[in-house]
Design a protein around this ligand. Sequence first.
Ligand code: SAM
Length: 375
Amino acid sequence: MTVRSPLDDVRAHYEALPYPPRDPRDEAIRLITGTPSHLLEVNHYLFSGRLNFMRPFRALVAGGGTGDACIMIAQQMVDRRCPGEVVYLDLSMSSRQICEARAKARGLRNIQFLTGSLLDLPAMAIGQFDYIDCTGVLHHLPDPTAGLAALASVLEPDGGLGVMLYGDYGRSGVYPMQEMLRTLAPPSMALDDRLAMAKRLIRFLPTTNLFRRNPYLNDHVTGGDAGLYDLLLHSCDRAFTVPEIGAMAAACGLRVVAFLEPVRYEPATYMSDPIIARQTSSLPLLERAAFAECLAGNLRSHVFYATRAGFDTVARPGLAPRIIAQIDGRKTVAEIYTSLGAQGSLPQWEDFYAQFEDLYVKLNGVNHLLLRFRT
Ligand SMILES: C[S@@+](CC[C@H](N)C(=O)[O-])C[C@H]1O[C@@H](n2cnc3c(N)ncnc32)[C@H](O)[C@@H]1O
């Protein structure tokens, strides 16, 4: 007797309902672009804008589905005459066929198609990658950390990843629905009957139900049956908070360098009180982002870029937290510089001032830093 694994259920799901639904004929009228993995974004967040598109670039799209990221990256490489290739990998053969048809419609020849599990990457001998896209996939693995570790094992030392994972708070209401549907429409039922039962349950939800009260969930409306199944009938599905993402990345030797869009992960975006905004703006990236997701409450998914933990790719205003701690409404900019100097090593005035200016533009942009001359 063969035992059915959670991976078998996920494969069967995406064989029956490739996600998201795409029609290869639409390639004639539009290119779907987006976050993560747009090459301009990859260059900005992971390579400090220094990517040389004349040099061969290797990208892996792990769990490529019907091909949005794969087609976007491959097309953008062709448009820039960038040599190299995109490797597409997915469990589902029917999803791969849709992506292959989309690539054919565009005449793209820089994609290598593979069918299999990303968990097997360490043993696949397909080389290392400058960039890895993995969106909407790891949260469907029984052990997402093992999945991320498998991706990290094929990442170049200076490469980076773009990942999308479900967000816990923004999906409030989803998991009680999944639980009810495991009772009403178990996997032993026919697919169409399960979908019909899910639609029935949605129609008759009481007004107090969390899913009904969450206005940010719409995959079941906009995504057709595939969207409905993905949202409410998935066999393996979990969501993450920002601290959980940080911990998982760290466990794989990775570091999150940005969440997108960055402004959605800044507490000041949602907070008009200057005291709270100031206190939170001096926190490190992960803590600010964790605070922002608690505050906003509507982040349904988290898109982030990550690199190897010890590798610093992004030119950030490193002095920002220390400068903010010194802003007290009384000190001049020069006095802030002197105070920082008294605390330890400090760059030249010009460098400090450039970082101060950068910080000023950002904080003033959300009305949280105002200058005055001291008389
Ligand atoms: C929700 S779809 C997302 C597809 C695509 N990444 C996107 O964002 O449009 C999830 C995809 O991950 C694939 N998948 C799930 N587990 C996988 C695994 N262990 N290895 C490779 N692919 C996997 C599924 O077959 C499915 O096509």
